[in-house]
Design a protein around this ligand. Structure first.
Ligand code: R1P
Ligand code: URA
Length: 293
């Protein structure tokens, strides 16, 4: 592809020389990045840092960059949903792979490590609240990735095909997509973690089978997801960002992993008694591994 100068309207750089939504300059970003949904979760992660060298906030995007020992890390809040992940992953990529002076893609590309520390609802009876799930795959029921060109691996295609065969989605609804986790990262998070396919939904209520007053077009969604099985793979949990992080990682060449604290079990119909404690436990366990990456 021709390396054409990227216009001011396409990559927006503010008067500080920072990328538009994140308000972060290239030198303010580490190459290992923890994403969290809740902006207030950023300081709950970086309170464990030995040193914080940069803090910025624009809209729901809070960024802290600092160190645990010699390991430089950035923590970035994404807000909720895959539409926000489109913004965050593109801007993180631009910060390392586009020269902000020339507006050209760099000759030497950088592959970031992106690790989501989030919350989620379990879809298996055997995955209790307050436990942790590592997403082997993100299976998107939103439509973000339909806007990008990408090639799935054969293994991803087979798993997606099995999903299409076993799980009936509402007519006219989602066109599912599926992406695997960054394998090197995933292998670092095994002891004390459940592992499975994470379904990423375009909402918290009906898109996750929750009915308050709005009736469901697909009342069998949870049962069908829980019952899915293919060559040892099963669906462990629901949330709202993972498939987009993995999909954008595939498109842009970054290593991505999503880890969730289970705050709800949808089969047992239970909710954690202390969500903050569950997230704090995930942060402490996660940072213990991330600091050594
Ligand atoms: C919904 O409550 C939010 O919680 C989960 C979902 O993915 C969604 O963003 O993750 P976070 O706790 O990381 O935001
Ligand atoms: N986040 C979600 O998206 N769903 C849940 O059930 C819990 C957290």
């Amino acid at each position: 592809m021709e390396n054409k100068r990227i216009a001011e309207s396409e990559l927006i750089i503010n008067s500080r020389g920072a990328v538009y939504h994140l308000d972060v300059r290239p030198e303010e970003l580490a190459h290992t990045i923890i994403t969290v949904g809740d902006p207030d979760r950023v300081p709950t992660v970086t309170k464990h840092f030995d040193k914080i060298e940069h803090k910025s906030q624009h809209r729901e995007f809070v960024t802290h960059t600092g160190y645990i020992g010699n390991k430089r890390l950035s923590v970035v809040s994404t807000g909720i949903g895959t539409d926000n992940i489109d913004i965050v992953l593109n801007e993180l990529d631009a910060l390392v792979n586009i020269d902000f002076q020339t507006r050209l893609v760099k000759d030497q590309l950088t592959s970031l490590q992106v690790i989501r520390l989030g919350t989620s609802g379990a879809l298996q009876d055997s995955i209790p609240v307050d436990s942790f799930v590592v997403s082997s795959h993100g299976l998107g029921l939103d439509n973000l990735m339909a806007y990008y060109a990408f090639e799935n691996t054969t293994a991803e295609k087979q798993l997606l095909e099995a999903f299409r065969g076993q799980v009936a989605l509402q007519p006219g609804g989602a066109n599912p997509c599926l992406f695997a986790a960054g394998e090197d990262l995933r292998q670092r998070f095994t002891d004390g973690f459940h592992t499975g396919i994470t379904v990423t939904c375009p909402g918290f209520y009906a898109p996750q089978g929750r009915m308050l007053r709005g009736p469901l077009s697909n009342p069998n969604l949870i049962d069908n997801l829980t019952g899915f099985s293919y060559e040892g793979h099963r669906i462990t949990n629901f949330e709202m960002e993972t498939s987009a992080i993995y999909g954008m990682g595939c498109v842009l060449g970054h290593q991505c992993l999503s880890i969730s604290a289970i705050v709800a079990n949808r089969i047992r119909q239970e909710f954690t008694k202390d969500g903050a404690a569950a997230v704090e436990a995930l942060i402490q366990k996660g940072l213990g591994i991330i600091a050594g990456l």
